[in-house]
Design a protein around this ligand. Sequence first.
Ligand code: SAM
Length: 166
Amino acid sequence: MVRESEIRDGELAVAPPAAADAGLVFIGRIHTPWTSRMQTPRQGRLDGPICRIEIFDPWVPALAGVERYERLEIIYWLHLSRRDLVLQSPANDGVTRGTFSLRSPVRPNPLGTSVVRLLRIEAASLFVQGLDCLDGTPLIDLKPDRTLFTPIAPPQPGDSEGATPE
Ligand code: SAM
C-alpha cells in the first residue's frame, strides 16, 4: 500500500498504548534505489534491482556460513510508517479491512519481511534481489529461507538432517 500518513475514508486510527520496549537493536541498514514510498514496489521480486544490505559492527562475524544459502529471509523495520491504524482502505475507496488481514507497512509494529536472492557477500555487505523497502531502512534480522531452503554447499557438521539449522 502506498501512503504517506493520511487517513482515508473509512479508516480508523486508535491511540496506541505506551511502548513496552522489546529491546530490539538494528543490526544494519538496507540500501535500495527507492527514496519515496510512492516509487517503492509493494512486494519485492527476485528479478528486481540489486540492493545492498549493510551489517553493522559487532555483528559482521555472524555472517559466517550465510554464503551457503541462495535465499534469505530479511526482516526490517518500516521506520516511516504510521502505527495507529486498525482499519485501512488499501484502494482508498472507503472499503476497509483490518490491519492484520493486510501486508500493509502501516501496523502497530511495522516489521517487513522479504525473501531475497543472495548474489554475493563482500565484507560486511550482502548484495541481494527481492527487496521492497526505502533506502536507509533499518535491518532487524536475516536468516536462511525456510520454505525454499536450498543449500549451496554440502551439509556441514552441526547441520540437522535435511533442515535449516535453527
Ligand atoms: N515485503 C514486506 C512485507 O510483506 O512484510 C513489506 C511490504 S509493504 C506493502 C512495502 C511498502 O512499504 C512499500 O511499497 C512502501 O510503500 C512501504 N515502505 C517501504 N519501506 C518503508 C519504510 N522504511 N518505512 C515506511 N514504509 C515503507
